[in-house]
Design a protein around this ligand. Structure first.
Ligand SMILES: Nc1nc2c(ncn2[C@@H]2O[C@H](COP(=O)(O)OP(=O)(O)OP(=O)(O)O)[C@@H](O)[C@H]2O)c(=O)[nH]1
Ligand SMILES: [Mg+2]
Ligand SMILES: [Zn+2]
Length: 292
C-alpha cells in the first residue's frame, strides 16, 4: 500500500496511507544498511503488520524529486521562509544564508515577514524593502491578527510548502491561522530573551486541502553556506546573478574589481546594501575556508 510520511519521531514514521488511515511504521533494515533515511514528505510503500493497531513497515521509498537537508524534508514544491519583523528581531544574514541554501537546492522561496502588528506596516516596509529588490516575492502578515493570510493562502494552492525560519517567528501560528484545525503547538516568547521556546520539535506535514500541504518545521538558529566555491556564490543572489559577465571584467565577483556594475547598483540603491554586505561577508568566508 502507498502512503506519505507525515511525521518521524524516534525511529517511528507516521504514514498517511491511501486507505485514509495513519500507520505507525518502522523502516526496514535495508534502509539502515544503505544509509537511506526516510524523510517527512517521502512517498513510500508500506506493508501492514497489524491492522487493529495500525502498525506497519516501510518497505520502499519512492523516488524523491528533491530533498532538503535543513530542514530535512523531501518532495518540496516551495518554501515560505518566515521571519518576524520584531520579537525576535530579524537576522538578515541568517535569512540570506537560508536563501542561498534554497537557491542551491533549486527550491523556489517566498519571504514572509510576520508580526506586522508589532511594528506597523510602514516601518516594516522600510526595514524589509531590501528584499523586494532582490527578486523574491515578499509578503507581510500577522498570524496574530489574521492580516495578509489570504495573500499567503493564494500561493499555497496545489503545492507542498515548507514553513521554515528561526524559532519563535510564528511558523506554527501562521499554520494555525491558515487552518485552525491543525492546532499546531505554539510557544510563548520569553519576554526577557525575546526568543521562542523550541516548541516544534519535529517536522510535520499537514494537509490543508486536496493536494495542498504545509510542512511545519522546528526553528533553526544557525545555517551554513558551504559546498560551493566563493566564485559560485554570485549565482545564488538573483539580483546579483543578472550582472554576471556584464562588468568590466568578465569574471568579476563584484568585490573590489574596477568597473563593477553591481557596486554601482548598490551605490544608486538598485541593489540593497544589506544584501550586498551579506554577499561580501559570505564570499570572504568561503575564500577563507578554501585556504584550509
Ligand atoms: N504579536 C504577534 N505575536 C505572534 C504572531 N505570530 C506568532 N506570535 C507569537 O509568537 C510566539 C511564537 O510563535 P510560534 O508560532 O510558536 O513560533 P514558531 O516559529 O512555530 O517557533 P518554533 O516552533 O520554536 O520554531 C507565540 O507566542 C505566538 O503567539 C503575530 O503575528 N503577532
Ligand atoms: Mg513551531
Ligand atoms: Zn562586478
Amino acid at each position: 500500500m502507498q502512503g506519505k510520511i507525515i511525521k518521524g519521531i524516534g525511529g517511528f514514521y507516521y504514514v498517511h496511507a491511501e486507505d485514509g488511515q495513519e500507520y505507525e511504521c518502522r523502516a526496514k533494515g535495508i534502509f539502515r544498511n544503505k544509509k537511506i533515511k526516510p524523510l517527512v514528505g517521502d512517498n513510500v510503500i508500506i506493508e501492514v503488520l497489524d491492522e487493529l493497531n495500525n502498525l506497519g513497515n516501510i518497505v520502499e521509498i519512492l523516488p524523491r524529486f528533491n530533498a532538503l537537508i535543513r530542514p530535512a524534508v523531501a518532495n518540496v514544491d516551495q518554501t515560505v521562509v518566515i521571519f518576524a519583523v520584531s520579537a525576535p528581531e530579524p537576522n538578515f544574514n541568517l535569512l540570506d544564508r537560508f536563501l542561498v541554501n534554497m537557491e542551491q537546492a533549486e527550491v523556489n522561496t517566498v519571504i514572509c515577514f510576520n508580526k506586522i502588528d508589532l511594528a506597523g506596516f510602514d516601518k516594516c516596509r522600510e526595514a524589509c524593502a531590501s528584499y523586494e529588490k532582490s527578486g523574491y516575492k515578499v509578503l507581510y502578515i500577522s498570524a496574530g491578527t489574521n492580516t495578509g493570510i489570504e495573500n499567503l493562502n493564494e500561493i499555497l494552492h496545489g503545492k507542498t510548502t515548507v514553513f521554515a525560519g528561526p524559532s519563535g517567528v510564528g511558523k506554527s501560528s501562521t499554520l494555525n491561522a491558515i487552518k485552525p484545525e491543525a492546532m499546531a503547538e505554539t510557544g510563548n516568547i520569553s519576554e526577557k530573551i525575546k526568543r521562542g521556546k523550541h516548541t516544534t520539535r519535529h517536522s510535520e506535514l499537514i494537509c490543508i486541502y486536496d493536494d495542498t500541504y504545509i510542512m511545519d518545521t522546528p526553528g533553526f538558529s544557525s545555517l551554513y553556506v558551504d559546498a560551493l566555491d566563493a566564485d559560485e556564490l554570485k549565482d545564488y543572489f538573483p539580483e546579483i546573478a543578472v550582472y554576471t559577465g556584464k562588468c568590466k571584467f568578465n569574471m568579476c565577483n563584484h568585490i573590489s574589481e574596477p568597473g563593477c556594475l553591481v557596486k554601482e547598483a548598490v551605490q544608486n540603491g538598485r541593489i540593497s546594501r544589506i544584501r550586498y554586505d551579506n554577499y561580501v561577508m559570505l564570499y570572504n568566508n568561503l575564500k577563507e575556508k578554501r585556504k584550509w
